[in-house]
Design a protein around this ligand. Structure first.
Ligand code: SAM
Length: 277
C-alpha cells in the first residue's frame, strides 16, 4: 500500500458496518494511530487482522508531539491508518492537528468513510437536514450549558450535540427553557440492539426518561427556530409537522406561542388536520 495517512472510520456499535476498503486498509497498514490501543487491538482481533503492527496513541494532549513521529514513519515509506475508538476520526475525536501537519508536509492523505454518530442521528430523527450545525459535546456545568444553548438559539439550522445518558435530563431541562416549543430528538444506541430515536418537546422527553432510565450513547438534536411574526409562515404546515409526534394540545400551544396567534383559530385548524388523518 502506498505510504501515507489513511483516515479510517470504525463501527459505532455493529461490526458489520465496517467497509471492505476499511478492512483492507487496516490489514495493510504497518502503523495504526489510535486513541486506546486496547480497544483498537480488540477490533482488529475480532476482524482476524494481525496486531503485529506499530501502535501509536493519539489524544488531545499529545497530538502535536505524536504528529512528528507519524510524519517521520510515513516519510520513511510506511502506511499509517488513523482510527478512533468508534466512528469517524476527527469528529469530537483527535486527528485534526495531525492532518494539518501532514498537509503541510505534503503527505498523501485519504479517507475511508463510514459510521459517524451525528450523521446517523440526523438520518433517524426526521428533523430538517438541509442545514445543520454540529456543536460537539454539551458542557457539564449548568452555566456553561446555558451559555452555549443561548449562543446557538437563533441559528437557523438543526443543532446537533453529542451527549451522555447521565446528563440528558439536565440538558433537556435547559432546552425546555432556552429552546421552548422547539422539536427535540434523542438518538441512542445507534446500530446497537436497543437503538431508538425519540422525538418530541423537552417536557415529553423528560417524562419518557423519568419513566425509563436513560442509558447508552446519545446524540441530542434541536429543530431550527420557527420564523416568528413571519406573515409568510405556513401555520398549517407547521401544525402538520408538529402533530406528527406531538399531542394536539402541545402542537397548538407551540404554534400559538411562537406566532402569537389566536388560540381558537389554531385549535380549529389542528382539529381539522387531526380529523382528516
Ligand atoms: N467520532 C465519533 C463519531 O462521530 O462517530 C464520535 C466520538 S465521541 C468521543 C463519542 C460520542 O458520540 C458519544 O458520547 C455519543 O454522543 C456519540 N455516539 C457514539 N456512538 C454512538 C451510538 N452508537 N449511538 C448514539 N450516539 C453515539
Amino acid at each position: 500500500m502506498k505510504n501515507g495517512l489513511y483516515i479510517v472510520a470504525t463501527p459505532i456499535g455493529n461490526i458489520h458496518d465496517l467497509s471492505e476498503r476499511a478492512i483492507e486498509t487496516l490489514k495493510a497498514a504497518e502503523v495504526i494511530a489510535c486513541e486506546d490501543t486496547r480497544i483498537t487491538k480488540k477490533l482488529l482481533s475480532l476482524l482476524n487482522i494481525s496486531i503485529q503492527k506499530t501502535f501509536i496513541t493519539l489524544h488531545d494532549h499529545n497530538e502535536e508531539e505524536q504528529a512528528g513521529k507519524l510524519i517521520a514513519l510515513i516519510s520513511g515509506g510506511q502506511a499509517v491508518a488513523l482510527v478512533s475508538d468508534a466512528g469517524s476520526p476527527l469528529i469530537s475525536d483527535p486527528g485534526y492537528k495531525l492532518i494539518n501537519h501532514c498537509r503541510a508536509a505534503g503527505i498523501y492523505i485519504t479517507v475511508i468513510p463510514g459510521c459517524c454518530a451525528l450523521i446517523c442521528a440526523l438520518q433517524l430523527a426526521g428533523l430538517p437536514t438541509d442545514r445543520f450545525m454540529f456543536a460537539g459535546f454539551i458542557p457539564n456545568k449548568d452555566k456553561a450549558r446555558q451559555d452555549l444553548f443561548s449562543e446557538l438559539k437563533a441559528i437557523p439550522a438543526t443543532l446537533v450535540f453529542y451527549e451522555t445518558a447521565p446528563r440528558i435530563i439536565k440538558t433537556l431541562t435547559a432546552a425546555a427553557e432556552i429552546f421552548a416549543g422547539r422539536r427535540l430528538a434523542v438518538a441512542r444506541e445507534i446500530t446497537k440492539l436497543y437503538e431508538e430515536c425519540l422525538t418530541g418537546t423537552a417536557e415529553e422527553l423528560i417524562a419518557r426518561f423519568n419513566a425509563k432510565e436513560p442509558k447508552g450513547e446519545m446524540v441530542f438534536m434541536v429543530a431550527p427556530p420557527l420564523k416568528k411574526n413571519d406573515s409568510e409562515v405556513d401555520v398549517e404546515a407547521e401544525l402538520r409537522r408538529l402533530l406528527a409526534d406531538m399531542p394536539l394540545k402541545s402542537a397548538v400551544k407551540t404554534v400559538v406561542e411562537t406566532f402569537s396567534l389566536n388560540k381558537n383559530e389554531v385549535y380549529q385548524t389542528a382539529l381539522r388536520i387531526k380529523n382528516e388523518s
